[in-house]
Design a protein around this ligand. Structure first.
Ligand SMILES: [Mg+2]
Length: 374
């Protein structure tokens, strides 16, 4: 994600020019069945892996307008992962921060707000180090020891500044729902949503998943829409992993979110996504009517639109829909991939892409560590 980002701004490090190395195009009408709801392992693994796929698919076109994307990739949109010089497909801050969210949750002594807030803040400060340092120190442990996570690929301003400003969680976080938090009080960038899937992967229930994600979102973004959209996303992931059908899971999440003061923008964006998914063709122009994804509620809404479209077009095409637009393509792709994986499991994701994704081993290992805590 980015909105006037620091770090490696401008052109991504990959080349999406015609003829660039890439994976094969994916057959979009892939097999799509619900996995066994009694076995969440496939869904938890799919959630983390799917997020990385969407991130990598969207990153090369994050700063491009729709017309330019279609001009370069063809009328069917972005359908292949770039692999510069035969390397793995690159992921960005969305996947990096998601992994650090998971590490914070795993290191928290208990899954309570009091224990999780400082543990996740400490994990985000470790992510911040990866954006400031070139490579792991010799004594690094955990995710800090993984050199591939030190890539700086357009991290968001509010995430960076909010974490730089506070060595620990500010005492006034969390605020009452609807109030402005103390860290970047006007920020509602999608950096809250794109990192929050793991809150829905521990089987803590929809209320606690929402609460933990919303509280931890306030570590960098104080606008109510920024943190409530993150809560809604985590609760939706929780429902999908539990086996709730996507349409019903979205409706239940909208009702849950609407109960919070300050949730008007998030609820309106989600209701617009549901309406457009029901009434319109799942095309790129329709995606842009949902939003552009730079802000939290639009990022979540685009991902939800594509999730709902997947029932008709399959998960590969849904990922293409989630990134082929003029907005924050890597974050909308990442959040959509999290939802698709949580709904349909790892095996439903395009296998050709999953085999070529950077960090695959780490993502699946962390997924299994989360599963062991359920
Ligand atoms: Mg990104």
């Amino acid at each position: 994600m980015t909105t006037g980002s620091t770090g490696s701004t401008g052109s991504p490090g990959t080349d999406d020019a015609p003829g660039a190395p890439g994976t094969e195009h994916v057959d979009h009408m892939d097999h799509l069945d619900h996995v066994d709801p009694a076995c969440p392992a496939e869904r938890v693994r799919g959630c983390l892996l799917g997020g990385a796929l969407g991130d990598a698919l969207g990153w090369p076109v994050e700063f491009q307008r729709l017309e330019r994307i279609l001009d370069r990739h063809g009328a069917e949109g972005v359908r292949s992962l770039p692999r510069p010089l035969g390397a793995l497909a690159e992921v960005t801050d969305d996947t990096q921060m998601t992994l650090f969210t998971a590490e914070g949750l795993l290191l928290a002594e208990r899954p309570t707000p009091e224990a999780v807030l400082p543990a996740v803040h400490a994990a985000y400060r470790r992510w911040l180090r990866t954006q400031c340092e070139a490579a792991p120190k010799p004594d690094a442990t955990g995710l800090l020891a993984e050199g591939w996570l030190y890539a700086s690929r357009a991290p968001g301003n509010a995430c960076l500044s909010g974490l730089e400003a506070h060595a620990g969680p500010p005492g006034s976080v969390p605020v009452q729902p609807g109030e402005r938090g103390p860290v970047n009080p006007d920020s509602k960038g999608c950096g809250t949503v794109m990192r929050s899937a793991p809150f829905g992967l521990l089987g803590l229930g929809v209320d606690r998943a929402f609460r933990l994600a919303s509280d931890c979102a306030q570590l960098t973004h104080g606008h109510p829409t920024g943190y409530l959209a993150a809560g809604a996303f985590a609760a939706l992931v929780e429902r999908l992993v539990a086996g709730v059908e996507p349409g019903a899971a979205v409706e239940a999440t909208i009702r849950q979110t609407a109960a919070f003061p300050g949730a008007g923008e998030t609820v309106a964006a989600l209701e617009r996504a549901v309406r457009l998914a029901a009434e319109e063709e799942p095309g790129f122009d329709t995606v842009e009517r949902v939003g552009l994804g730079w802000i939290a509620e639009e990022c979540l809404a685009i991902a939800v639109f594509a999730l709902l479209a997947a029932a008709e077009v399959g998960p590969g095409r849904a990922l293409t829909l989630a990134v082929t637009h003029s907005g924050d393509s890597d974050s909308t792709g990442a959040v959509c991939g999290n939802l698709l994986g949580a709904a349909y499991g790892k095996r439903a994701l395009p296998a050709a892409w999953a085999a070529e994704i950077e960090g695959r081993e780490t993502l699946l290992r962390v997924a299994d560590e989360l599963l062991a805590r359920r």
